[in-house]
Ligand binder design. Structure first.
Ligand code: HMG
Ligand code: MG
Length: 342
C-alpha cells in the first residue's frame, strides 16, 4: 500500500521566500461555496488573537512580534483586530507592553482603510491610558457570574458594572465607541449552570449604560447550539436588536463552530475568533483557545458568506506565529493547510 496519500489534483502550494521562516500554504481552490438562504451574506469577524490569544501565553511575546502579528492580520483582510488591553500590568503581564505596542500600530489604519483596532479597558485608569495612545475604540468586560467577576476584576458583578459606567460615559462622550463583553454566559467553572435571565440582566445593563455592541462570551467553551438559540432569543425578546449582538466562543469542547452556525441562523453577523485558535483567560479555570479564525473562515466561505479575509494569508500568519510560540496551532484548518507541525 502506498504510504503517502496522493495530493488532491487541484492542490498547489504557496511558498514563502526560500530561506525564510514563512510557512507553505496548500491552496486547494476549496471549499466550494454553496449559499444557504437562511444565513447572512456577510459576517464581520472580530479578531481577538493578539489580545485574548496572547494574554494567555506563558511566554512573553516581544512587542515587535505582536506588532507584526497585528499588521499581518490586517494585511490578511481582517478589519477589526483587537490589539491589546490597558489592564493592570500585574494582572496580565503578557499585555503590560500596551503603551509600547500602540505607536507601532499607528500607520495601519491609513494602510488598511476601515481597520479598527479596539483595546480592552477595565476602568477609568485604563481608559486614560487607552485615550492617551489614541485608541479609536474600547471594550469593557463584565461577568454574568459573581465568582468570575471577583476573580477577573476583584469586585462583585454589580461593583464591576459601577466601575464600567464612567468609562462608557466618558468614552462615548468623546466619540469613542464601546463594546461590552459579557463572560460566563453559558456556564461557569465555579458556579456551574448560569440562568439565561441572569445573563440577560447583566447584558442589558451594559447596553443601557451605552455599549454599542454586546459580545456574549462562552469563556470556558461549554455552550451548545440550543443554548445559543435560547440566549439570543431571550435578548431579542427583551428588545435588543440582533444587530447589536456578537458571539465569542472558546472551543474547549469542540462546539464553537456549531454554536457559531446557530448564532448566524438567529441573525447574528459579528463573530469573535482568534487566529490559529490562540486564547483563553488567565482567570478562568479550563478556558482554552477561542474558535480559530481559519476554521470560521473555511466554514463561512463554504457557505458563500463574505468575510474579506484571504485565508491563505491568514493561515500563513498563524503558522508564523506558531513558530514564534514554539508549538503547533490547534486550528484544524491551519494544520490542514500548513501541515501538522504548523
Ligand atoms: P484592583 O487591584 O482591584 O485595582 O484591580 P484598584 O482599582 O484597587 O487599583 C489598585 C492599583 O492598580 C492602583 O494603583 C491603580 O492605579 C492601579 P496605586 O494607586 O495603588 O498605585 N490600576 C491600574 N494600573 C494600570 N492600568 C489599569 C489600572 N487599574 C488600576 N487599568 C483591575 C482591578 C480591574 C484593575 C484588575 O482586576 C485587572 O486589571 N483585571 C484584568 C483581568 C483581565 O484582563 N482578564 C482578561 C480579560 S477578560 C477575558 O479574557 C474574557 C473575554 O475574552 C470574554 C470571554 O471569553 O468571556 C473578554
Ligand atoms: Mg475570551
Amino acid at each position: 500500500m502506498n504510504a503517502t496519500p496522493p495530493e488532491p489534483t487541484t492542490a498547489r502550494a504557496t511558498a514563502g521566500a526560500a530561506g525564510t521562516a514563512e510557512p507553505t500554504v496548500l491552496e486547494l481552490g476549496l471549499p466550494q461555496p454553496v449559499r444557504d438562504p437562511g444565513l447572512p451574506a456577510r459576517v464581520r469577524i472580530h479578531e481577538v488573537g493578539a489580545r485574548d490569544g496572547l494574554q494567555n501565553e506563558s511566554a512573553l511575546v516581544p512587542v515587535e512580534v505582536k506588532a507584526e502579528f497585528i499588521a499581518r492580520l490586517a494585511a490578511a483582510g481582517l478589519r477589526t483586530v483587537e490589539a491589546t488591553s490597558f489592564v493592570h500590568p500585574k494582572w496580565v503581564p503578557q499585555l503590560a507592553d500596551a503603551e509600547e505596542l500602540m505607536p507601532r500600530l499607528a500607520d495601519l489604519p491609513a494602510r488598511h482603510p476601515g481597520l479598527r483596532l479596539p483595546v480592552l479597558v477595565p476602568n477609568e485608569r485604563g481608559l486614560d491610558r487607552a485615550l492617551a495612545h489614541h485608541a479609536g475604540e474600547v471594550a469593557v468586560f463584565a461577568s454574568a457570574t459573581e465568582t468570575f467577576a471577583r476573580r477577573n476584576l476583584n469586585r462583585s458583578a454589580d461593583e464591576a458594572m459601577a466601575m464600567f459606567r464612567p468609562v462608557v460615559e466618558r468614552a462615548t462622550g468623546a466619540g469613542t465607541p464601546v463594546r461590552g463583553y459579557l463572560s460566563m454566559c453559558f456556564g461557569d467553572p465555579w458556579e456551574g449552570p448560569v440562568p439565561v435571565d441572569q445573563v440577560v440582566r447583566h447584558g442589558l445593563a451594559l447596553l443601557e449604560m451605552g455599549c454599542t455592541e454586546l459580545s456574549l462570551g462562552d469563556t470556558i467553551g461549554v455552550a451548545t447550539p440550543g443554548h445559543v438559540n435560547a440566549l439570543i432569543d431571550a435578548f431579542t425578546r427583551s428588545g435588543v436588536p440582533v444587530g447589536q449582538l456578537a458571539v465569542h466562543f472558546h472551543d474547549t469542547y469542540g462546539q464553537a463552530l456549531a454554536n457559531t452556525l446557530a448564532a448566524l441562523r438567529s441573525g447574528v453577523t459579528v463573530v469573535d475568533a482568534s487566529a490559529g485558535g490562540l486564547g483563553g483567560c488567565p482567570y478562568a479555570k479550563s478556558a482554552t483557545g477561542n474558535l480559530a479564525t481559519e476554521d470560521l473562515v473555511w466554514m463561512l466561505h463554504g457557505l458563500g458568506i463574505e468575510t474579506g479575509v484571504n485565508l491563505a494569508a491568514l493561515a500563513a500568519t498563524s503558522g508564523w506565529m506558531a513558530r514564534h510560540l514554539g508549538r503547533p496551532s490547534p486550528s484544524r484548518t491551519v494544520r490542514a493547510l500548513l501541515g501538522p507541525t504548523a
